[in-house]
Design a protein around this ligand. Structure first.
Ligand code: SF4
Length: 315
């Protein structure tokens, strides 16, 4: 059985803009996401003044993730982080495409302001693959040097947590082994490597024919890559969003779902329901039925149900 732990993180939208143009972006070309209004105030960018207004809705005892589209584009980001730190938030993650981290001074400012965890999107081990997906020239070099800067900083500030996230799809699946080597073997100070399938909304749905890959293929590719690299310890690897009948193994510390926290999982199920999440009759026999978030309708339209078999346990 997997060893997941609930983090129950809060996500704070900082900017609705992005300086990449990812072909699989679920926020582009999706009516629900085209206009992200922050804190339901009509603003498209978080400010210190706006954060002060919505602070009572946030819990400083829970981790907070600054996210969506690209938070480093927000002019007042440093002030926002400082305010959160001064209000007692201790676990503040910046979710970023990493391009601005190419500036070491900026990395230092972020850490000094209060960021203690960075989650950086990288989608290939080289510029050809990464930039075919981000559709932004120069983005690989900036993101890559951003990760290198954080690794240098981690020697001064060992508490910094570095997480990478990769969206696995048809264009980078053959590169996953190289990417895992680059991130896990060559850079052991990276804490967690997260792999996720495309979420079939927005751009990803429009281009699904060129991008979508089955959950089983993702799981098998990761398993074979780790075996070829002789990586036995799976603690650093998380594959998100795969149901547990496919993946009950690579689910490390950054996964949100807890096997025991039914309330949290019900919230997650409701979120998934917004994407028309499905289970079939056979799922009722599955040990994970009550905590499984189901499969998106769009995924089933492409790949069908064959790969999902109920997990039967003796307990
Ligand atoms: S409930 Fe269905 S989809 Fe979910 S893990 Fe079980 S068999 Fe897979």
């Amino acid at each position: 059985m997997s060893k997941k732990g609930a983090t129950n993180r809060q996500h704070l939208t900082i900017s609705s803009h992005c300086n990449n143009n990812c072909v699989f972006c679920m926020e582009r070309n999706d009516r629900k996401y085209q206009n992200i209004y922050i804190g339901n105030t009509g603003c498209k960018e978080m400010t210190v003044a706006l954060l002060k207004k919505i602070l009572p809705r946030l819990n400083n005892r829970k981790p907070i993730v600054l996210t969506s589209g690209e938070p480093t584009l927000a002019k007042e980001l440093l002030g926002i982080i400082l305010l959160l730190k001064n209000k007692g938030f201790k676990d503040i993650t910046l979710q970023t495409n990493g391009r601005m981290l190419t500036h070491m001074d900026y990395c230092v400012e972020l850490v000094k302001a209060g960021i203690n965890s960075f989650s950086i999107s990288i989608h290939g081990s080289n510029y050809k693959i990464h930039e075919a997906l981000t559709r932004t020239c120069g983005s690989f070099q900036q993101t890559f040097s951003g990760i290198e800067n954080l690794l240098k900083l981690k020697k001064l500030f060992p508490y910094i947590k570095i997480i990478t996230t990769t969206t696995v799809n048809k264009l980078n699946i053959k590169d996953i082994q190289n990417l895992l080597k680059m991130l896990i073997i060559d850079r052991p100070l990276i804490n967690v490597v997260v792999l996720n399938p495309i979420s079939l909304r927005g751009n990803a749905l429009i281009y699904s024919q060129h991008l979508a890959i089955s959950y089983t293929d993702i799981f098998n590719t990761v398993r074979q890559s780790l075996s070829a690299l002789s990586i036995e310890n799976n603690d650093k690897i998380t594959i998100t969003d795969l149901p547990m009948c496919i993946n009950d193994f690579y689910s490390g510390p950054s996964e949100d779902i807890s096997l025991t926290d039914i309330k949290l999982n019900q919230q997650r199920l409701k979120l998934k329901a917004g994407e028309k999440s499905l289970k079939r009759k056979e799922c009722m026999k599955c040990a994970y039925y009550n905590i499984c978030a189901g499969i998106s309708e769009e995924y089933i339209k492409i790949f069908g149900w064959n790969e999902f078999s109920p997990v039967i346990t003796n307990h």
